[in-house]
Design a protein around this ligand. Sequence first.
Ligand code: SF4
Length: 451
Amino acid sequence: MESKRNPKSQMKKIFIKTFGCQMNEYDSNRIFDTVKKIGYQKTENQEDADCYLLNTCHIRDKAKEKVYSEIGRVKKSFRNEKKPLVIIAGCVAQAENQEMLKREPYIDLVIGPQSYHKINETILNHEEKKKKIEETDFDAVSKFEYLSKIKNETGKVSSFLTIQEGCDKFCHFCVVPYTRGPEYSRPFNQIINEAKYLADNGAKEIILLGQNVNAYDDNGKRLSNLILEIEKIDKIERIRYTTSHPKDMTKDLIEVYKVSKKLMPLVHLPVQSGSDNVLKLMNRKHTISEYLKTFDKLKKINPKIEFSSDFILAYPGESEKDFQDTIELIKKVNFINSYSFIFSPRPGTKAENLVQVDRKISMERLELVQNLLFENQIKMNKNLENKIIDVLVENLTEDKTKVFGRSEFMTSVIFDGKNEHVGKVVKVKIKNSNRNTLFGELIHDTKQKVA
Ligand code: SF4
């Protein structure tokens, strides 16, 4: 029932809008690889679309309402045109399922993140029977089995590769266990094959993705084994992974930093709070002393390693003392490139109905934390001025006069390179910086010392 349509004679256009995390970005690319098989080509122009697909995220505030208002906007823009096929994918689709079809008749199909392998069948079914369809089963095994037979055509210098999905940790503030289901690890060989294919298509950096990426376990093969195996692919220069949980920073993963030549020295390890009280209230299942032990071990292996993190401020029950513990932790670890938010309740989670910290106090705490994090980042970038660093060049800047790349610590770097540098690791002397970006010039003399 796969392809009744002749792809060449009946090309249709799909417009995909993606909200949220890197896993959604990976999924959107894989959805496109899939719908190509039934004759869709991608359009960047919404007005041109025969099919409008919204890949949604449930993490941010009022996620559901944002989806409905986005659909309202689409409806308006197609007012005098033939209606496109409207598909809602992603975590809001999973959480809301049939409700969406009832509330907004403009939506035709609702498809959850574990059902993307059924998307072609669902579209063709709808075209034939004009029936509204909702597909939200948790079926990660079939999904990845199916997707592994369809080539990942992303072709980006820095490419995402999902290795794990779902979560069994049930932090009280988080919807992921409900929208992405239980922890599931893709088969080891399936991932290696996809990594090789990505490398053959121009990837130089692979970012391994999972909601609990370091919980990866395929019959005893762990994330550390995957890193070392991917490292053997010649064309791959850099490996990263995200997002990890402090509880799953196992010995083998820490030790891999001793031997790996391609694993980047930035560890993104969300801590959420610097207070054990709050971590307990959040059901985080780790303590600050465990977190700091991991930090110390990694710094001992390689003092160059830096940490980045996620922080939730003003979680219900967070006292002034708890908040000060967070400040202390930030000063101790000197986090770079981190994210911080005020707690906001998510429907269906344990923290949904808890009494919230006063809004004014919450805002003040966020501001203090962000100032501290931003200061660290500015200092770190300033320290790199007049030094030479390795940069993986990802693309030309929009005006095509410079190139854009990333340092080992994921910081954006802009310099006077050319198209021929795209996909290469080059040496750049940093001349200037701000909080988010380093500006430099290409160094041709490779004998100069790197920072
Ligand atoms: S470990 Fe991460 S994904 Fe799992 S519930 Fe906690 S915050 Fe959500």
